[in-house]
Design a protein around this ligand. Structure first.
Ligand code: ADP
Ligand code: MG
Length: 283
């Protein structure tokens, strides 16, 4: 056997090994710690003025109880991705599994918070928070107790009987977070939830959200275009590039918890934020 054959045999063997490894990876069942598995996701919007490719080949696995922030410039497909996870829109191609099951319709296991609180003005704070519990026909005695606990956790004790019009924007958004949590979903999807708030309220609410997350372990997917907010809150920052929306890089944030606002002055914080900024080409 010539030398060249030996070489080609061993390289064929290593090729086989590689391809076996690849196949095993592909066949690997979802780990029990995988909460969301997104594979080869594409979304194209068709409108009268043409087609917009909003997401292209998005692959992402989110762990159970993980806090993931999606960051990227406006129009890069963050809301589209979040809506696809919550089954509010149908992807054009690819799949999304939650707890190993393909998503097809909105699930009770998911709570959603949008940029605007959208509380019903004729309902009190408590009754707004209770709305999903009523729709899902949960035990209202228990739900009322949970609503009070949640409102207490976000500093809204004493405001239960007030109407949304009597609350500041920050207070309304706190109530909206309680409403999203009332049925104790295992996952919270948040689309720029603090973007309409002033900087101080925004920081305060971010830390409150971390306290809630620590108290009631949940998987959180948090969309923001604020890089510091993403780093301060998340375990991993998923940086998306402008259209067509793709994941450019996933950055693990190894800052200790509990997080505090003054961590922003740490050199590590600055290097994380420089990296995210470089990836998404944004200031
Ligand atoms: N319902 C829709 N119909 C048509 N185009 C849409 C729709 N929703 C979003 N888009 C387009 O898809 C792209 C991604 O939008 P979006 O997911 O809202 O981005 P982001 O949340 O990052 O700002 C944008 O170009 C936007 O104009
Ligand atoms: Mg958006």
């Amino acid at each position: 056997m010539g030398k060249s054959q030996t070489v080609s045999f061993s390289s064929r063997e290593s090729l086989m090994e590689e391809s076996n490894k690849f196949l095993q990876e592909r066949k690997r069942p979802e780990r029990p710690t995988d909460k969301v598995v997104i594979e080869k996701l594409h979304k194209t919007y068709l409108t009268s003025s043409g087609r917009t490719v909003a997401l292209q080949d998005v692959n992402l696995t989110i762990g159970k109880d993980e806090f993931v922030a999606l960051v990227g410039p406006s129009g890069c497909g963050k809301s589209t991705l979040l809506r696809a996870i919550s089954a509010l829109i149908k992807p054009s191609k690819g799949k999304i599994l939650i707890d190993g099951t393909p998503v097809s319709s909105p699930s009770n296991q998911v709570g959603i918070v949008f940029q605007q609180a959208v509380l019903l003005p004729w309902r009190t704070v408590l009754d707004n928070v209770l709305l999903p519990a009523e729709i899902l026909r949960l035990n209202l005695v228990k739900a009322r107790a949970r609503a009070r606990d949640l409102l207490n956790m976000v500093g809204l004790s004493g405001f239960e009987a007030r109407y949304p019009g009597e609350l500041s924007g920050g207070m309304q958004q706190r109530a909206a977070i309680c409403r999203a949590l009332i049925h104790n979903p295992s996952m919270l999807l948040m689309d720029e939830p603090f973007a309409a708030l002033d900087a101080l309220t925004r920081e305060e609410l971010g830390l409150e959200l971390l306290r809630i997350w620590a108290a009631e372990k949940k998987t959180i997917v948090f969309v923001t275009h604020n890089i510091s907010e993403a780093i301060l809150l998340a375990d991993r920052v998923v940086a998306m590039s402008p259209r067509p929306g793709r994941i450019s890089e996933i950055i693990s944030v190894d800052l200790p918890r509990p997080r505090a606002l003054d961590m922003e002055f740490l050199p590590e914080f600055k290097s994380y934020s420089d990296r995210v900024r470089a990836v998404i080409g944004h200031s």
